[in-house]
Design a protein around this ligand. Sequence first.
Ligand code: TYD
Length: 138
Amino acid sequence: MAIKSSIYNCVIRELPKIENRAGNITPLTSGKTTPFLIKRVYYLYDVPGGSVRGGHAHKNMQQLLIAASGSFDVLLDDGTNRKTVSLNRPYYGLYITSGIWRELLNFSSGAICLVLASTYYDESDYIRSFEEFKKFYN
Ligand code: TYD
């Protein structure tokens, strides 16, 4: 058994936005505008309509998810409570602590999900079965 996380610690954070008539900039500085040091950045794109991504939890990794373009929904589950958060602006980030089950769904056409991650890729950090997740944290 591991220490249980709470979906109530997974919050939307407003990101800095430098506005200009010629377009806006959102700068992200590791450990300053993010609640952890960034070790990895990746992005999801060309997601076919109706696809569901995620479907796993991370034992250690924390993430900040940003709808860099378009929109999508994030379902969060801590083994007891569940909530769905919609992301649809590039200047909002959803902070997801470790120990949270997540599914990404309802991607709009052309959506880009930018992910800032606190760890390098490590398959052993994933829990890919919801049953296993429930057992691990309950
Ligand atoms: P996964 O994290 O399961 O994708 P999602 O949560 O978006 O559905 O990753 C899908 C595949 O890509 C899986 O085989 C692992 C691989 N992958 C890497 O090799 N490196 C990475 O940094 C990431 C995020 C995934």
